[in-house]
Design a binder for this molecule. Structure first.
Ligand SMILES: NC(=O)c1ccc[n+]([C@@H]2O[C@H](COP(=O)([O-])OP(=O)(O)OC[C@H]3O[C@@H](n4cnc5c(N)ncnc54)[C@H](OP(=O)(O)O)[C@@H]3O)[C@@H](O)[C@H]2O)c1
Length: 419
């Protein structure tokens, strides 16, 4: 175990056994069709007429930017917002947030379900300050309050911009609302009753999926797909997925096997999730609390690292005793990943420092990828995986984040219903 050093002052430490979680149980969520159940989005009983929304913090929409809507859309909504960087405690559920205006290439979605991603809380913690959109401001006369949380959405189109060609009111859609996850992401998010999204970032919701399942997919499946493509993954190749039980990893396993035609899929997780990995199609499930994947004699065409870690030596003080101190020193995950790849193979890293020949990329939201993958979702070959601790109701978003931030989620943490 060369990631853990031992000497007279360094004590070899047994790997920490993670608390076992119950085996993953696919859950069935009964969701009524939004249009039938929602009291927020009702087709107006009056004849359709142009609807003007003058939210307190927004300018009136230009005539060209949006068409009228036959839905009754309020000017204010509930949304999770924050006005300073910080932990989960800075998140606030506000009820007077302006419903976003629709630009000409956008649609307004009545949000039915949303999903959380680590980028949400990393952004909230201020890790991407340099490229983030400006934080909402308070000014003397009115509060300018923007929802800044949430990338993944599933819901119903209630209004379309004037240049929107492929979507119409009433369409059930899903997508990741921020084209670039880190580069000027949207100020308003999907953890709100309404959100405005470019048409090109959306696809029609797969017919067999409910809103919670659909919301679980966009950012994670687009990342899984883009990484496999960038690594040149193709039929007959083998792959090792590090972090196979997480939001992205669970989809990398499925796409590698079902969409790309992998010859062999290996994946890592803690002890309690090994059966879950196999249920997704992994031929080899590796318990990272007991085995070092880089010590396996077998090497892989692609290693897809969704775990990452600092490349600097990660030093943890374990304790002191008389004149001895006990520390654990761990090298970066990507360092280890490159030892498990065949010569000429590729190592994809999503986070943390990267060791050559590994490469890192940041996902680009793309509705066309979702459209391409819809047949695999509709046939059931690729499954949406909602973490069994959820879905969390809208008023429990902060609890859902606390859970996601444990780094132990299985599949995706979903928020449903959204009122
Ligand atoms: N670059 C990009 O465009 C991009 C896109 C998406 C995500 N990301 C990043 O990729 C990372 C993963 O995202 P995610 O949504 O998949 O996160 P996630 O769902 O929160 O990942 C949680 C999973 O990680 C597993 N895990 C934790 N430590 C592990 C280890 N040492 N070995 C194997 N598995 C381990 C856990 O399984 P156990 O409980 O079994 O440990 C858990 O199931 C995040 O840092 C995220 O920010 C980057």
């Amino acid at each position: 175990m060369d990631s853990i050093l031992s000497s007279t002052t360094f004590q070899l430490r047994k790997p920490l056994l993670c608390k076992q979680t119950p085996p993953f149980l696919p859950i069935k969520i009964s969701i009524n069709r939004l249009k039938k159940q929602s009291h927020c989005v009702q087709k107006s009983s009056f004849s359709p007429r142009p609807l003007r929304i003058f939210a307190s913090s927004q300018a009136a929409p230009s005539a060209e930017a949006s068409t009228s809507s036959s839905y009754s859309i309020p000017s204010e909504m509930k949304a999770w917002t924050y006005t300073e960087y910080g932990g989960v405690e800075v998140l606030k559920l506000e009820s007077n947030v302006a419903v976003p205006q629709v630009k000409e290439d956008q649609v307004l979605i009545k949000v039915a379900a949303a999903a959380l991603n680590p980028v949400d809380f990393k952004r909230r913690l201020g890790k991407f300050k340099a490229t983030d959109s400006p934080l909402p401001l308070e000014n003397l006369t009115k509060k300018i309050s923007s929802d800044r949380s949430g990338y993944d959405v599933a819901g119903v189109v209630v209004k379309v911009g004037s240049q929107v060609k492929g979507l119409k009111e009433g369409d059930e859609v899903y997508g990741d609302i921020s084209e670039k996850a880190l580069d000027g992401p949207k100020q308003f998010g999907s953890l709100a009753e309404y959100t405005a999204v470019e048409e090109k970032l959306l696809a029609l919701k797969p017919k067999n999926l409910d809103f919670a399942q659909a919301a679980s997919l966009p950012l994670a499946i687009e990342t899984a797909y883009e990484g496999l493509e960038k690594a040149g993954f193709s039929e007959g190749k083998s792959i090792l997925v590090l972090g196979g039980a997480g939001g992205v990893g669970s989809l990398v396993i499925q796409l590698a096997k079902q969409v790309f035609g992998a010859s062999k899929v290996a994946a890592t997780s803690s002890t309690g999730k090994l059966e879950f990995l196999k249920s997704l199609g992994a031929d080899l499930a590796i318990d990272y609390t007991k085995e070092n994947f880089e010590d396996l004699p077998e090497k892989f065409d692609v290693v897809y690292d969704t775990v990452g870690k600092k490349n600097d030596l990660d030093v943890a003080l374990l304790g002191t005793e008389l004149d001895m101190i006990y520390v654990r020193m761990t090298t970066g995950q990507c360092d280890r990943a490159v030892k498990a790849v065949k010569e000429g193979g590729s190592v994809v890293a999503l986070t943390g420092a990267v060791t050559p020949p590994g490469f890192r990329f940041v996902v680009t939201s793309n509705g066309d990828s979702l459209k391409k993958l819809n047949p695999y979702l509709e046939s059931g070959k690729v499954k949406a995986l909602v973490d069994p601790k959820g879905p969390f109701p809208f008023d429990k978003v902060n609890e859902a984040f606390s859970y996601l931030e444990t780094n132990r989620a299985t599949g995706k943490v979903v928020i449903y219903p959204i009122p």
